[in-house]
Design a protein around this ligand. Structure first.
Ligand SMILES: [Zn+2]
Length: 119
């Protein structure tokens, strides 16, 4: 009997942090800084934050972007557990509660002030 194939479509955990959010860095060399999320990787549970966790990446010459190549500073993805969402209402880094509204849309709520984070 053939073994049942595992489905390709994996469900990754919802991370509570989205692109465009402002986060506070909790650990690492940029601890204590705030930054805007520019990318979320659900697969590896990592976020990329503007101007945070900068690494120097060696790149090949690219005639459009970077004709010389060489070492280019760029933000590296960091683990989601090292950042915390900053509430736009009360300005504090806080954990969030997820819930579905009447239309079934998933929303987030700040646990500190109880305000909705998504408008
Ligand atoms: Zn709040």
């Amino acid at each position: 009997m053939a073994r049942r194939q595992t489905a390709d479509k994996k469900i990754y955990p919802r991370l509570g942090i989205r692109k465009g959010d402002t986060i506070r860095v909790l650990a690492g060399k940029d601890k204590g800084k705030d930054g805007e999320v520019i990318g979320v990787n659900h697969k590896s549970c990592k976020v990329t934050v503007r101007d945070i966790n900068i690494i120097r990446k060696a790149t090949r010459p690219d005639p459009n972007k970077n004709p010389q190549g060489g070492i280019v500073p760029m933000p590296a993805p960091m683990d989601i557990s090292n950042v915390m969402l900053k509430c736009p209402r009360c300005g504090k880094p806080s954990r969030t509660t997820r819930f579905a509204d009447k239309e079934g849309k998933s929303s987030r709520k700040c646990r500190k002030c109880g305000e909705l984070i998504d408008g």
